[in-house]
Design a protein around this ligand. Structure first.
Ligand code: SAH
Ligand code: SF4
Length: 386
């Protein structure tokens, strides 16, 4: 652990009644200063201190004036979550375990590739949706992350490379909401955090380089279309409802036709007409990886604006599923390519540190009952939204 991270860890104290400025979007920050009787432009200054300069100590925000800094110090703070451990893979992938208030652990992963580095960010501690092939789902659900805890993962990644100091905050070029949790079940906090990812006064990442991945919470996706323009990935994993019901239980509530319609609606709402949905398909040996599944998928997605990303299943302890052979993956890929699709196969990164998709487990407290409660609450909320 570097000294920069260690000092961050010490700063991150117990739960605090003060407002955590780290998670406020520009609009929320402006409102915060207006409510204090201050000028709105203070929001821009504070955002830059936090997200461009990596400053957490309000005393160091020297262009605010001493009186305002004193006032802020009494009621507000900048409190990133705390890094507990950091692992570097031989392929350059770096994974952090991050402690959040309430005793849970989440994980985020930075994957460097030629010319870019993609940060995989968590949105919840655990997940209530219990997809049969996902280790996060097996952990149950503990709670939603706050906006500060979500954007805090970006902040910590940059801090861990000392990149604020070097003025190289752009070390994170892409963000995917593909860590632990279902982002659309933590709607407001995820939207606030994604606003900061896109905001020039914060991280200034292009909307095409921020991707939200969902297992298919269709009504929440319709809502997202009204407030966000990030890229969309949808976790399909099966070409028909019968199979998808087994793999992705939320499909029983929002079947494939409903989900694809919401995806079309999302894409249709974007100003940029060239956008497509990334369809994610985790290939599980003998379950959904046969030639006929590929053919059925090709028919299902005909005329649907998409590219397809195949993810060979990543094994974990509590699962009996197997990863398909390279041949099986190629065969599946070929059927789709022959049908005219753009298809990529996700290479596994960070295998030696369990950093691959679906291997992020964190540590979740009070699993089942909370999970049931949350699912019930989420479904009620979804019905209202829809
Ligand atoms: N909850 C969201 C985002 C997190 S999961 C979602 O489901 O889309 C990110 C991606 O990893 C999803 O496509 C998910 O289906 C996939 N995934 C989960 N477990 C996996 C595993 N064991 N092997 C391969 N991919 C997995
Ligand atoms: Fe949750 Fe996504 Fe895992 Fe399903 S795949 S259990 S929605 S994190």
């Amino acid at each position: 652990m570097t000294s920069a991270i260690a000092s961050t860890a010490q700063q991150s104290a117990q739960e605090s009644p003060r407002v955590n400025l780290l998670g406020l979007s520009l609009r929320q920050m402006e409102q915060f200063f207006l409510d204090l009787g201050e000028k709105k432009f203070r929001a821009q200054q504070v955002l830059k201190w936090i997200h461009h300069a990596g400053v957490t100590d309000i005393v160091q925000m020297t262009n605010l004036g001493k009186a305002l800094r004193d006032k802020l110090g009494d009621i507000a703070e900048v409190r990133p979550p705390r890094i507990v451990s950091q692992h570097d893979s031989s392929d350059g992938t770096r994974k952090w375990a991050i402690a959040v208030d309430g005793g849970g652990l989440i994980e985020s992963v930075l994957i460097p590739e030629a010319g870019r580095a993609t940060l995989c960010v968590s949105s919840q501690v655990g997940c209530s949706l219990d997809c049969s092939f996902c280790s996060t789902g097996k952990q149950g659900f503990q709670r939603d992350l706050s906006a500060a805890e979500i954007i805090g993962q970006v902040w910590l990644a940059i801090k861990s490379y000392d990149a604020f100091q070097s003025g190289n905050g752009r070390i994170v070029t892409n963000v995917v909401m593909m860590g632990m949790g279902e982002p659309l079940l933590n709607f407001d906090n995820v939207v606030a955090a994604m606003d900061l990812m896109l905001e020039d006064l914060a991280y200034g990442i292009s909307k095409r380089r921020v991707t939200l991945s969902t297992s298919g919470v269709a009504p929440a996706l319709d809502r997202l279309a009204e407030v966000s323009e990030v890229s969309l990935a949808v976790s399909l994993h099966a070409p028909n409802d019968e199979l998808r019901n087994q793999l992705v239980p939320i499909n029983r509530k929002y079947p494939i036709a409903v989900l694809l319609e919401s995806c079309r609606n999302y894409i249709g709402a974007q100003r940029d007409s060239k956008r497509v949905v990334t369809v994610e398909y985790t290939l599980i040996a003998g379950v959904n990886d046969q030639r006929e599944h590929a053919r059925e998928l090709a028919v299902l997605l005909r005329d649907f604006p998409c590219k397809i990303n195949l993810i060979p299943f990543n094994t974990f302890e509590q699962s009996d599923y197997q990863r398909p052979s390279g041949n099986a993956v190629s065969r599946f890929w070929q059927v789709l390519v022959d049908a005219g699709y753009i298809v990529t196969v996700r290479t596994t990164r960070g295998d030696d540190i369990n950093a691959a998709c679906g291997q992020l487990v964190g540590q979740v407290v009070d699993r089942t009952r909370r999970s049931e409660r949350h699912r019930a609450a989420a479904e009620t909320q979804i019905i209202e939204v829809g």
